[in-house]
Design a protein around this ligand. Structure first.
Ligand code: GLP
Length: 269
């Protein structure tokens, strides 16, 4: 029987393998709290990049616990979310606005001006300007201190789907509107009452360049369904067809927190 957690140096960053996802999520929540404290001590404010999906739910629970216990203050802290479906109303229960309010924002009472989520109601003619404005807000806040990520079964990060681009082109991608990949649409259908027709076909997503500029990146992956994507991202070639493999270009700033099942296809484990 192996001891847990196990820590390995990989081409895509530090990999920590946990026997259970609850512990991994607790560690992720604690690291986010530490990132806030350190950034505020260093430059007077902190900026967190947040993710949605089933993976980070327990991370937010841990963050809420710290705030409610008075161990963590989110004063002078801003948050920026990775993505949002398009088009979608923030009042739609399937929106990432609704997700964030349910799992984090309501419990910690973060004032609206401290939280930023891409707007799925922006008219299409203004999407480019809206995305550019989102980038400017992050810059004006001093950049992301920590970006939390999940990973799609197809290796996507945020909604940066597998792309037929050179690595050089992919690394420059800004926040933008993206068509969703069939695998993503199929996976998202479960959240839309099992009805694929209800899933928006596109989404707004923080860009690859925006994500990789974060001062630290915490990526979580749990369950056997993620094992292939994790192995390709960590041990495969750096390619835009597996967007998470682009994390290899900033490996010194990346930590992977995974469970046994998600690490099962890694050769070194
Ligand atoms: C969605 C999100 C991603 C997330 C992925 C995995 O596509 N846009 O940011 O990483 O789902 O979701 P889950 O954590 O539910 O497996």
């Amino acid at each position: 029987m192996s001891a847990h957690p196990r820590t390995l140096a990989t081409p895509a960053g530090t990999l920590i393998i946990y026997s259970d996802r609850a512990t991994a999520c607790q560690v992720a929540g604690d690291r986010m709290g530490s990132a806030v404290r350190e950034a505020r001590a260093k430059r007077g404010r902190a900026v967190l990049g947040l993710a949605t999906g089933s993976t980070p739910i327990l991370v937010y629970k841990r963050l809420v616990e710290q705030v409610q216990a008075g161990e963590l203050s989110l004063e002078a802290t801003s948050t920026y979310n990775l993505d949002e479906y398009y088009p979608i109303s923030p009042l739609d229960s399937h929106s990432y606005h609704a997700f964030m309010h349910q799992h984090l924002l309501e419990q910690i009472g973060l004032p609206p001006h401290q939280t930023h989520i891409l707007d799925g109601t922006v008219p299409e003619a203004f999407v480019t300007a809206h995305c550019a404005e989102f980038e400017r807000w992050i810059q004006a806040d001093g950049g992301l201190d920590l970006q939390l990520l999940g990973i799609g079964r197809n290796g996507h990060i945020g909604f940066n789907e597998p792309m037929d681009l050179s690595v050089e082109q992919a690394l420059k991608l800004p926040t933008r509107l993206m068509p969703l990949h069939p695998v993503t649409l199929a996976d998202a259908a479960a959240d839309f009452g099992g009805q694929p027709d209800l899933v928006p076909q596109r989404a707004l997503t923080m860009g690859i360049a925006t994500i990789l500029a974060a001062r630290s990146i915490l990526i979580l992956a749990f369950g056997a369904a993620k094992a292939t994507a994790v192995a390709q991202a960590i041990e495969g070639p750096i390619t835009a067809s597996v967007p998470a493999s682009l994390l290899q270009t900033v490996a010194s700033r990346v930590t992977w927190l995974v469970d046994e099942a998600a690490s099962a296809e890694l050769n070194k484990c």
